[in-house]
Write a new protein. Structure first.
Length: 142
């Protein structure tokens, strides 16, 4: 693991960006991956937590669930014009996730929009246990 028990780092991939997340458990791992994605899409420190949206996704396995979760966040941001600051995973199994996501309606005069995220991909996708918890890598198509 890297700096601290949980966190994320953005890494460069040709024409895209990657997210490397780490945490002590899978619930926090999925949260850190989401925080990494949100940092690419918005400046989370400038987003108010005025309302929350409940997000539920399911998939065939843990890796596919991570991609589905992150892609759903992209979908919610685009279709609901929702700037997101943070989230809390309220239920997580190998194939299903439910979370509360906090944020507000996008205000272009206040929100610094980051890179335009098209989708989260399966390129370099990996979730694995480590000596101190879990880590994940996923690539975001810009």
């Amino acid at each position: 693991m890297e700096q601290g028990a949980a966190g994320f780092a953005i890494f460069a991939v040709t024409a895209d960006l990657g997210i490397h997340a780490w945490a002590l458990d899978c619930v926090e791992l999925f949260r850190q991956a989401a925080r990494g994605l949100l940092s690419v899409m918005f400046e989370p420190s400038r987003v108010r937590t005025e309302r929350s949206v409940v997000v539920t996704v399911s998939a065939a396995d843990r890796e596919s669930l991570l991609v589905a979760w992150l892609n759903e966040l992209v979908f919610v941001a685009e279709t609901e014009h929702f700037a997101m600051a943070d989230c809390a995973i309220t239920a997580l199994t190998e194939t299903r996730l439910t979370a509360n996501v906090w944020g507000e309606t996008i205000a272009p005069d206040r929100h610094t929009l980051g890179s335009g995220v098209k989708a989260v991909t399966y390129n370099q996708l990996a979730i694995s246990p480590t000596a101190g918890g879990w880590e994940a890598r996923v690539v975001v198509d810009l």
